[in-house]
Ligand binder design. Sequence first.
Ligand SMILES: C[S@@+](CC[C@H](N)C(=O)[O-])C[C@H]1O[C@@H](n2cnc3c(N)ncnc32)[C@H](O)[C@@H]1O
Length: 180
Amino acid sequence: MRKFTLLALALVLPALHLLNGQNTPDKLAPYYPTPQLVVDKMLQLGGLKAGETMFDLGSGDGRIVIMAAQKYKAKGIGVEYDESLATQSEARIKTLGLSNTARIIHGDLLAQNYESADLITVYLLPVGNGLVTPILDKQLKKGARVVAHDFEFSAWKPTRTLDIDDDGEGRSHRLYLYQR
Ligand SMILES: C[S@@+](CC[C@H](N)C(=O)[O-])C[C@H]1O[C@@H](n2cnc3c(N)ncnc32)[C@H](O)[C@@H]1O
């Protein structure tokens, strides 16, 4: 059901993209949070190490950035254009005392600079991955990794894929690792 809903949106969103005004960021995926078990697997698969910098593109409630800072001792940066999600996740970061190592940029993920990234995580629809591909191709440094949840980057060949058969709620997931 989850994949059906996301795939239906994958068909509709490119049409919305054409209708979109100049000042509104493209909606590259609806808000659909990654289960915590899968968040952990994404960061493990991406080989995130203490002190490294990671970005979550479309960070939702900030859960990936928060786990990156809290458990992996990395510097986590989320980019989220939905104002309420950005405010809520920034408040949670503050409450958890993680403001030194985690933050949220309230803005369009297609308009940021990712040159400092060691790891990028994404849970975007295929159209979103397609739009972000040339940006990452241009900006990512050698050795940087990208982990995509459920939807691959069609222009790139994954170094590894990981299937998660049960996320604790009976749903399956596939992760894709790409390395520069
Ligand atoms: C499927 S959710 C993933 C949330 C989070 N990364 C996770 O895995 O739990 C996708 C998120 O991308 C955000 N988003 C979509 N288009 C965006 C854009 N152009 N710029 C910034 N955020 C965007 C949505 O608001 C949503 O929160």
